[in-house]
Design a protein around this ligand. Structure first.
Ligand code: FAD
Length: 408
């Protein structure tokens, strides 16, 4: 019986341990993780790690000895198969049952598997784990050319990193827009220009008809008829919350585990945090599931503190970042909740960009690249206030840091 059982060994899980111990929590902690490695930061996997600039140890959230220091038993390569809330136990793949007093679900997300013919060929990869990234990084050395499927941040970041390593890269995207989460034809156009300028063959509105090869990937036939010869492919077509093991438990699920602003689920003593959780975001004013590093890091820590008895809950403007051919792009607020217009200044090509997403006249989201960190801080504050009118000129009048970024 564990006082605090955590299913998942990723960033959110590590932050729960940190927050709990820092706040004086004394219960025994057990972490169960399907992964073979202790928690690591995934963002570098598609950036510096893939480019060969970082090693395995540099992406770990904590060295293995840290878990012992925290008196947290870390069990790697272990899969939770079933939750039995009546018995307060989690059943593992081998049949073993682990009891808990309180359970934290931090099982994150799992990549959608490619469904096209030939997806099983050696050389075709999804891109989620350190093992996936290591396999691609090793294969990239000899590959010469790669196919990347998917125009969201995994596809965009891995194709940029492979291109920087000198590979010929074909990026195939089903949608007409790159980075659809930004909801902006103009930003998509700028991204296409940037990627083509860097030598990536970008094909939007295109799909892969089949991957070909004899055991090993040799090429791809695209729906348009184009044939590409590639020994390496990355398929980055999104993720699903890792909730399969919770089916039948009675826990409320809705594209993730449904929790409140303090990560409490519908079952007593059961919490969920990170990519797997659909939580009530009081700043955005709606329930949402966020698949980003800053949320897993911040929310995990806050939940750990709350479990140790502290007054802690979600109180933050959501932020995520990406890095595309050396340009760091920060997205703030709730862009996916819907907006009416994007007021955009500057461009990715110029290396400086500032955009305000407006919903019913108020600021609901922002995108920024190439500006001082204070500009992001100013936007966070304005987003928290849901500043009106949200257009950039009015925001510049309210905040000198935004005005400076607008060049006034
Ligand atoms: C390549 C890559 C690049 C990224 N780059 C960025 C970025 O630039 N910016 C950004 O904001 N975000 C980025 N992200 C997203 C970010 O990494 C995630 O939001 C974050 O990892 C979520 O942490 P988590 O702990 O909730 O889930 P995860 O990191 O998914 O961890 C979940 C853990 O649960 C384990 N698990 C799953 N199912 C079970 C089970 N049944 N039993 C036991 N264990 C289980 C897994 O093995 C894993 O250890 C990136 C993600 C990837 C993959």
């Amino acid at each position: 019986m564990a006082g605090l059982l955590i299913v998942g060994g990723g960033l959110a899980a590590a932050r729960v341990v940190e927050g709990y111990r820092e706040e004086g929590g004394e219960d025994e902690i057990v972490l169960l993780s399907l992964d073979e490695a202790p928690a690591y930061n995934r963002p570098p996997l598609s950036k510096g790690f893939l480019r060969g600039e970082l090693e395995r140890e540099q992406v770990l959230v904590h060295p293995p000895a840290w878990y012992e220091e925290q008196r947290a038993e870390l069990r790697l390569g272990v899969e939770a198969r079933r939750l039995d809330p009546q018995a307060r136990a989690v059943e593992l793949s081998g049949g073993e049952r682990v009891g808990y007093e309180r359970l934290v679900i931090a099982s994150g997300a799992l990549p959608r598997l490619p469904g096209m013919p030939g997806a099983e060929l050696e050389g075709v990869h999804v891109y989620r784990t350190l093992a996936d990234a290591t396999a691609v990084r090793d294969a990239a050395g000899e590959a010469g050319a790669a196919l990347v499927v998917g125009g969201s941040f995994i596809g965009l970041e891995t194709s940029a990193s492979l291109r920087r390593r000198g590979l010929e890269v074909t990026l195939v995207v089903r949608d007409e827009l790159l980075f659809p989460a930004l909801g902006s034809p103009e930003l998509s156009r700028q991204l296409v220009e940037l990627y083509r300028g860097e030598g990536v063959e970008v094909r939007t509105g295109e799909t892969v008809a089949e991957l070909t090869g004899d055991g090993r990937l040799a090429g791809a036939r695209l729906a348009s008829g184009r044939i590409v010869a590639v020994p390496l492919a990355i398929v980055g077509i999104g993720v699903e919350p890792a909730t399969g093991w919770l089916a039948g438990s009675g826990l409320e699920l809705d594209d993730g585990v449904v929790v409140d602003e303090r990560w409490r689920s519908s079952l007593a003593g059961v919490y969920a945090v990170g990519d797997v959780a659909r939580f009530l975001d009081p700043v955005a004013g709606r329930r949402r599931r966020i698949e980003h590093w800053s949320n897993a890091s911040y929310a995990g820590k806050q939940l750990g503190r709350a479990l140790a008895g502290a007054e802690a809950g979600y109180d933050r403007v959501a932020v995520f970042f990406t890095e595309l051919f050396g340009r760091k792009l920060q997205v703030l607020g709730d862009v996916e909740g819907g907006f009416d217009e994007l007021d955009l200044r500057g461009s990715l090509g110029e290396g400086r960009l500032l955009g305000a997403y407006l919903g019913a006249g108020a600021l609901v989201g922002a995108v920024v690249a190439g500006h001082d960190p204070e500009v992001g801080q100013a936007l966070e504050q304005l987003l928290r206030e849901r500043a009106e009118p949200g257009n950039l000129a009015a925001l510049g009048e309210r905040d000198a840091r935004v005005a400076a970024a607008l060049g006034r």
